[in-house]
Design a protein around this ligand. Structure first.
Ligand code: NAP
Length: 496
């Protein structure tokens, strides 16, 4: 690395860069982790995390440009020494030619800024409680310090907390800014950094501030291929941090070579999602609990299947109009095609929640004889009415069904040894378990042992995502890609 020979033009947001944040217990370890970073443009060396901060040691032999940061505890960092010691470290980093040095705006280290005429300085501010009222004034004051780059990070508690950053980015992009929404609601500011006018985005394992890992940023969200025209899709609901939908849809977008990206949008409420979606220019979304009904009520138009179910799971925006649909019913039926004859079949549906409602409607439209079983008779009756089905309390009597569908979460990870039905009641008939984590449940194993065939929830999960893709783009997704991505993501969750 040629010292001081860097860097990006301050206003160059046509190619937003990736900076990986590295922390360690010692300078030696920090250097080792620094050198393990591949695929990024910059490495942020968090000298406040090490017990022996040594600027020369941290900079020696670097292969990538670095930002030297030594964050004090009053700005969310771990530095244990005095402000004078901290200032000395930052001054040393500038003197030794670090490509960038991060100086907190509130530290008021004006002499460091004057000494370097602001060159190579990232002036930063972090608000861990929310979005300051006068964000534009803040940005102007920080810009007035003469620093080359202005970095503003704010805590986002709702999706719409990202919008002041979006407005700010539109006003001051091309002036060398990095704008970050901390927290899981701020993911869009990190992945869509270019849209927010940022010079670079931070990646790494600082999950507490909402950082996305480098592999996820590059491989799942395909950060390098996002452009100014990238279409934005996503998933809204709460909680959704463990959803496999982003992995499935992004893999399909990539395989189809679409300039589109799919992000999790954990909205505070349905209104928060709508406000954010309009401002960001969302093209379409998957919808999950608890917004399937609340968003239904906000649509300009809802398709016939969603109306029968009384809930939506997919949105697309066409000429500013919000259209709601439901792919759960079609997704549920898809794995049954060619395997189970539904016309006239006796089907026992266990559970009376949102999934049971979609399943009952799908089965009703296939001329099956459906009985909905729940522990609460009134809820079973309510679902049964949507599909002219019968209803009863759990459990269904042995031998009373040809196909049993589990629409309860019983057997789902981590309670993988549970099953919604006593194995003694399984008499060699078929079972369809909507639970997809694990991919093979105890209910499925019991069913196979009893001589029946078992279908797992992963097939429905993938099939309903295929339906969504087709609804948005008018073409089928590349075969096998979503399933493979879902399996990979589920395996990663199990390892965590
Ligand atoms: P939901 O709306 O919360 O409904 C859950 C239903 O299960 C309710 O009727 C609930 O009864 C019942 N239930 C919960 N625990 C039970 C227990 N221990 N014994 C008997 N009944 C119990 O959830 P949902 O959206 O319908 O989802 C249900 C399951 O389907 C989840 O595991 C979900 O992951 C899965 N799912 C899979 C797919 C897929 O694509 N594979 C799609 C949608 C859902 P109470 O009302 O009495 O609590």
């Amino acid at each position: 690395m040629v010292e001081g020979a860097f860097l990006f033009g301050a206003g160059d947001v046509t190619n937003t860069r990736v900076c990986v944040t590295v922390t360690a217990e010692t300078t030696a370890e920090l250097r080792r982790k620094r050198d393990e970073v591949t695929g990024a443009d910059l490495v942020e060396l968090r000298l406040d995390s090490v017990s022996d901060p040594d600027v020369a040691g941290a900079l020696a032999g670097r292969q990538l440009p670095v930002i030297v940061t030594c964050r004090p505890s009053w700005e969310g960092g771990q530095f244990k020494g005095s402000e004078d010691e901290r200032k000395q470290i930052l001054s040393d980093a500038l003197a030794r030619g670090a490509e960038y040095v991060d100086i907190e705006w509130k530290a008021n280290f004006t002499d460091l800024l004057s000494a370097s005429a602001g060159r190579r300085v990232v002036i930063s501010s972090h608000d861990f409680t929310g979005v300051p009222d006068d964000l534009v004034g803040r940005a102007q004051a920080m810009r007035a310090t003469g620093a080359e780059v202005v970095k503003i990070a704010v805590k986002t508690a709702r999706l719409s907390d990202c919008l002041p950053l979006l407005d700010l980015g539109a006003q001051i992009a091309r002036q060398g800014t990095v704008l970050i929404g901390m927290g899981e609601c701020g993911l869009a500011t990190r992945v869509l950094a270019r849209k927010f006018g940022s010079l670079w985005t931070y990646a790494g394992d600082q999950r507490q501030v909402g950082q996305v890992s480098l592999p996820d940023l590059l491989d799942v969200y395909r950060f390098r291929s996002l452009t100014g025209n990238t279409e934005i899709y996503g998933l809204t609901g709460s909680p959704i941090s463990h959803s496999v939908s982003p992995a499935m849809h992004n893999a399909a977008f990539g395989a189809a070579r679409y300039d589109a990206v799919y992000l999790p949008f954990p909205a505070g409420d349905a209104g928060d999602f709508v406000t954010f979606a309009r401002a960001i220019g969302l093209k379409g979304a998957s919808v999950t609990i608890p917004f399937k009904v609340a968003l239904f009520d906000l649509m300009d138009e809802v398709d016939a299947v969603a109306r029968r179910i009384g809930a939506i799971n997919t949105i697309r925006l066409v000429d500013g109009r919000w259209i709601g649909g439901n792919t759960d019913a079609a997704g549920f039926l898809s794995p049954l095609r060619d395997r189970v004859k539904l016309n006239g079949a006796r089907v026992a549906v266990l559970g009376a929640g949102g999934a049971a409602r979609a399943v009952a409607v799908a089965l009703g439209s296939s001329s099956a004889q459906v009985t909905v079983y729940a522990r609460d008779a009134a809820k079973a009756q309510d679902v049964a009415m949507t599909a002219s089905a019968a209803h009863a309390t759990l459990p269904p009597p042995a031998g009373s069904w040809d196909l049993l569908v589990n629409c309860t979460p019983v057997g789902m990870y981590p309670k993988v040894n549970e099953t919604p039905i006593d194995p003694q009641l399984l008499t060699g008939r078929d079972v369809y378990d909507l639970v997809y984590n694990p991919t093979t449940t105890k209910l499925m194993r019991d069913a196979v042992k009893a001589g029946g065939q078992a279908i797992g929830g992963l097939e429905m999960l993938v099939a309903q995502a295929h339906e969504q893709f087709e609804w948005w783009f008018g073409t089928k997704p590349p075969a096998g890609v979503m399933r493979e991505a879902a399996l990979k993501r589920l395996a990663e969750f199990m390892r965590q």
